[in-house]
Write a protein that binds this ligand. Structure first.
Ligand code: ADP
Ligand code: ZN
Length: 524
């Protein structure tokens, strides 16, 4: 008890003196105490949550240097530079150093003149480095991005799989594993590989209650975006994510022309232009940045009031990270996204065309499924998002589109069967536009040329309008009843069979099932 109190006091004093922060955030204090007093721990905290201090502070409080294992070689130099500016004696060991540079770092370590040493895993595993560490004063091992030990995730690194050498050779030096992504299986792998059985696990909530999540159908995205900004966030700082450089440029130009101050940011700009955009965003009050996902890493602007997606992110992890750049100050903010049938077809097609190894493709497909299921959901978005990260939110949140404006759902098994049979009867190769023509009974040139006006499916869907059918097709692609080929042609998947046979039912959002406004099916 008395040691804990003095540890806490020392930690706080150090935090104030070196970093100038008045207090620890959330569980940071408890983690710092555990590790400073020689214990192991596993830390699961969302990106931006403040993981670095959890090992930096104990490294300074304990004798010897804290050894930080990190796969992000590109970021090591920045991290070390930042620490040095604060007066912390930090260095790194990775493949970018010369032999001379390596020797300098090694002697500094042995001379007790280092507080923190960042090491790439492949460098750590070299016999030379392990021998060095046995002779050197080591305060702790921090294993950053610890989910890389697991084959289950997409980020598996073989060198991380060998970090079991740490508990074997250094059983008495505290180990701190840190990650922002770990479901139950990954967490179990981390505990097994790094020998953390029995160690406390500090799991922070991923919930960002001040962010309002909203996802809607794309119907003229630029106008929708402008409406959103004008009515809800006039004069606010925000980020608009687009997939391509071209749409980034167009969006920035268009917003500016409409009187919303906006700049573009993407990897095709020169470093100078990118820096200028970033500086303006950080320093000006109400600037909007239209950007590719290249923008945002390491940007710490507390009062970003909205993050908008005009294109689908890659995964729910990506979505969470990108939307997480809104509202760091805790004030109400909005995560806003629109997407449509062609977006869904495109992402499915890109995955189908990918030349990645099969197991990688399977993981990517599972991630895409999770993202699309989130998009199509009719229930609380936050509950789904948190469930994906292994967290249970007991009640619907009251601060997402589904909670604020519950979409009506209905049994759409019949409509789904019509759409699927149109796909199958036309040979599993036509795109959504043609399929819609067939369903609506439109005798276009292509329909006639293919003889599709003679199919029993021709015109069966005329009770609904075009938008409805695009919505149904989108949801069927999203929910993987349909897959897309390289020409955007749609094909029924194995999953579709049960639905076609009537062994399964399907509930869809009403938004996709508006009857034709002019003629209802009864009047015909
Ligand atoms: P993570 O590694 O979890 O993504 P970081 O360690 O980079 O997060 O921290 C994110 C931001 O929060 C940094 O700008 C950091 O300085 C700030 N931060 C972390 N802890 C505190 C604290 N106790 N007080 C003030 N700012 C903090
Ligand atoms: Zn909700």
């Amino acid at each position: 008890m008395s040691t804990s109190l003095s540890t806490d006091g020392q930690a706080l004093a150090l935090l104030e003196r070196v970093w100038g922060y008045p207090a620890f955030r959330g569980v940071q204090a408890e983690i710092v105490r555990t590790v400073t007093e020689g214990g192991n721990a596993l830390v699961l905290m969302p990106t931006g949550g403040g993981k670095s201090l959890c090992y930096q502070v104990p490294s300074l409080l304990r004798p010897g240097a804290g050894i930080v294992v990190s796969p992000l070689i590109a970021l090591m130099k920045d991290q070390v530079d930042t620490l040095r500016q604060l007066g912390v004696r930090a260095a790194f060991l990775n493949s970018t150093l010369s032999a001379e540079g390596v020797r300098e770092v090694e002697s500094a370590l042995l001379a007790h003149t280092l507080d923190l040493l960042y090491v790439a895993p492949e460098r750590l595993l070299l016999p030379r480095t392990l021998d060095l560490l046995e002779r050197a004063p080591v305060a702790l091992f921090a294993i950053d991005e610890a989910h890389c030990v697991s084959q289950w995730g997409h980020d598996f690194r073989p060198e991380y799989g060998q970090l079991g050498v740490l508990p074997e050779r250094f059983p008495h030096i505290p180990r701190l594993a840190l990650t922002a992504t770990a479901d139950d299986r990954t967490r179990a792998d981390i505990v097994r590989v790094l020998g953390l059985a029995g160690a406390p696990q500090f799991i922070s909530s991923f919930d960002r209650p001040n962010i309002q999540y909203r996802v809607g159908p794309k119907e003229g995205p630029k106008t929708q975006l402008l409406d959103f900004i004008r009515t809800e966030h006039p004069g606010d700082a925000g980020i608009v994510y687009c997939l391509s450089r071209r749409s980034v440029e167009e969006t920035a130009k268009w917003l500016s022309a409409q009187g919303v101050e906006a700049v573009a940011y993407h990897a095709g700009l020169s470093p100078r232009e990118r820096n200028a955009a970033q500086e303006r965003f950080l320093n000006e009050e109400g600037l909007v940045v239209a950007a590719t996902v290249a923008f945002g890493m390491g940007i710490d602007k507390p009062n970003v009031r909205f993050v908008a997606h005009l294109d689908l992110p890659k995964s729910l992890e990506g979505y969470y990270q990108e939307t997480g750049r809104a509202g760091r100050d805790g004030l109400p903010s909005t995560a806003w996204m629109v997407y449509g049938l062609s977006d869904v077809v495109n992402v499915r097609r890109m995955l189908a065309q990918s030349t990645a190894p099969e197991d990688v493709k399977r993981t990517e497909a599972a991630k895409l499924d999770a993202l699309l299921t989130y998009c199509e959901a009719a229930t609380c978005r936050r509950q789904m998002l948190l469930a994906y990260f292994g967290e249970t939110l007991r009640e619907p949140c009251g601060n997402c589109d589904a909670c604020l404006n519950p979409p009506r759902v209905r049994d759409a098994t019949r409509e789904a069967q019509m759409a699927l049979s149109a796909v199958v009867r036309t040979g599993n190769r036509f795109g959504a536009a043609h399929l819609t023509d067939v369903l609506l009974g439109r005798e276009t040139e292509k329909v006639r040329a293919m003889g599709h006006h003679q199919l029993p499916t021709f015109g069966v869907g005329s009770a609904h309008d075009e938008k409805t059918w695009r919505g149904v097709l989108r949801q069927l692609v999203s929910l993987a009843y349909l897959s897309a080929d390289e020409h955007q042609g749609l094909r029924a998947t194995g999953k579709a069979r049960a639905l076609l046979k009537g062994e399964e039912t399907l509930t869809l959002r009403e938004e996709a099932l508006m009857p034709k406004p002019a003629r209802s099916s009864r009047e015909r």
